[in-house]
Design a protein around this ligand. Structure first.
Ligand code: PLP
Length: 406
């Protein structure tokens, strides 16, 4: 069980007030808050241990390189990946998916080839594939979720045809909280020879992830949702796919030799890490992942599942609130509207007056908004440090908004 009091004390921002009220931070789906150990690691790195990595022979450069490179192993451990050379460090999921689109998919797809996507993907897992549609005539095939927001893995597998070259699917919806059985998708896709990219941006913070067990080809994560700094992240790329992939960006660090006439590349994963990286951000991410593993991913998941059930029960008890996505197999992420009464932005403004931070908008999920028939929702997204008292604070603030607008 989580020691929630201790965990909350580890996150300094949680003790502040907003608009004269204790902060109830429920915008974790957008970005999570940072524990003191991460803040301290960033300060220490800049105050005492900073230099560029990989290229100096002096003490500080070696120290920074050692700390930076150790994070590759930490990420591999966090994701259940046996070989850390399959982890490419980057600035986050957006960069990771773009790397796959430019470096792996573009050179091997032609007009008429297909990419299968679920309707609940984030724009980071849509727009790079639109580039291939616009530039190369690749066809995007969409798989719907059901009325509860669940995605049937069989429907994804049924969409595979002779021209399917990739399945790109989220592990957990940033809007509905739906968990996707990506293992079943990968098993079925492997039998048909179709690689699978999993967007793990939301899943990795809410539940234990074992990428080797999932059996995907690509698994993208983003540091700032994992209690780490923004500008940090990584993508797991299976070694067979690494061998097939072209570098997406060229520059320092990713090369072995450069002359006027030729270039030879470093071995993967360095081949895909051009330029000076987010050194301190990545070091901070390593500390954030160690923090999560110390707390325990199973305990985090159990705490959040309990929060999710409680929040689901309380939110669906408000008969004037339209809660989107009611599948029981979901993380503590809730999207809702007050149909005909108030716009999502107005609701979030009232909530903010009560110190409750939620997000309002399309959540970078245009196709899902179309599927749900809405232009915007309010989203309350929970993290390991949230409590049932904070669910109650959300409900109180929603009742106030309903009294004002309803
Ligand atoms: N995928 C999902 C499911 C997300 O929720 C997000 C961020 O909101 C992203 C991708 C993009 O992550 P980033 O902006 O950190 O690259």
């Amino acid at each position: 069980m989580l020691d929630i009091k201790k965990i909350r004390a580890d996150f300094p921002i949680l003790s502040r007030e907003v608009n004269g009220k204790p902060l109830v931070y429920l915008d974790n789906g957008a970005s999570a808050q940072k524990p003191q150990v991460v803040i301290d690691a960033i300060t220490t790195a800049y105050s005492h241990e900073y230099a560029n990595v990989h290229r100096g022979l002096h003490y500080l450069s070696n120290l920074a390189t050692e700390k930076y490179e150790a994070v590759r192993g930490t990420i591999a451990r966090f994701l259940g990946v046996a070989d850390e050379n399959q982890i490419v460090l980057n600035s986050g999921t957006t960069e990771g998916i773009n790397m796959v689109a430019y470096g792996w998919a573009m050179p091997r797809m032609e007009a008429g080839d297909e990419i299968i996507l679920s309707v609940m993907e984030h724009h980071a897992n849509i727009v790079p594939w639109h580039f291939l549609r616009e530039r190369q005539g690749v066809v995007l095939k969409w798989v719907d979720v059901d009325a509860t927001g669940a995605l049937d893995p069989q429907k994804v597998l049924d969409a595979i045809g002779p021209k399917t070259k990739l399945i790109a699917v989220t592990h957990l919806s940033n809007v509905l909280g739906t968990k996707v059985d990506v293992k079943a998708i990968c098993e079925g896709a492997r039998a048909k020879g179709v690689p699978v990219l999993v967007d793990g941006s939301q899943a990795a913070v809410h539940m234990p992830v074992n990428v080797d067990e999932i059996g995907c080809d690509f698994y993208a994560i983003t540091g700032h949702k994992l209690y780490g700094p923004s500008g940090s992240g990584a993508i797991f790329v299976k070694s067979e796919r690494l061998a097939e992939m072209r570098p997406f960006m060229g520059g320092g660090d990713m090369i072995r030799e450069v002359s006027k006439d030729a270039v030879t590349y470093n071995d993967p994963p360095m081949k895909f890490e051009a330029g000076t990286p987010g050194i301190v951000q990545t070091i901070g991410l390593g500390v954030a992942l160690e923090y999560m593993m110390d707390v325990g991913m199973h305990d985090i998941a159990a705490h959040e599942d309990a929060l999710s059930s409680y929040a689901q029960q309380r939110l669906t008890g408000l008969n004037w609130l339209n809660v989107q996505g009611t599948t029981p197999d979901k993380a503590a992420i809730f999207s809702f509207t007050m149909d005909g009464a108030a716009h999502a932005h107005d609701i979030s403004t009232i909530l903010d007056k009560k110190g409750v931070a939620v997000r309002a908008g399309h959540h970078c999920a245009g196709p899902l908004m179309d599927h749900l028939g809405v232009t915007a929702t309010c989203r309350a997204s929970f993290a390991m440090y949230n409590t049932t008292d904070e669910v109650d604070a959300l409900i109180d603030a929603l009742e106030l908004a309903h009294d004002l607008f309803g």
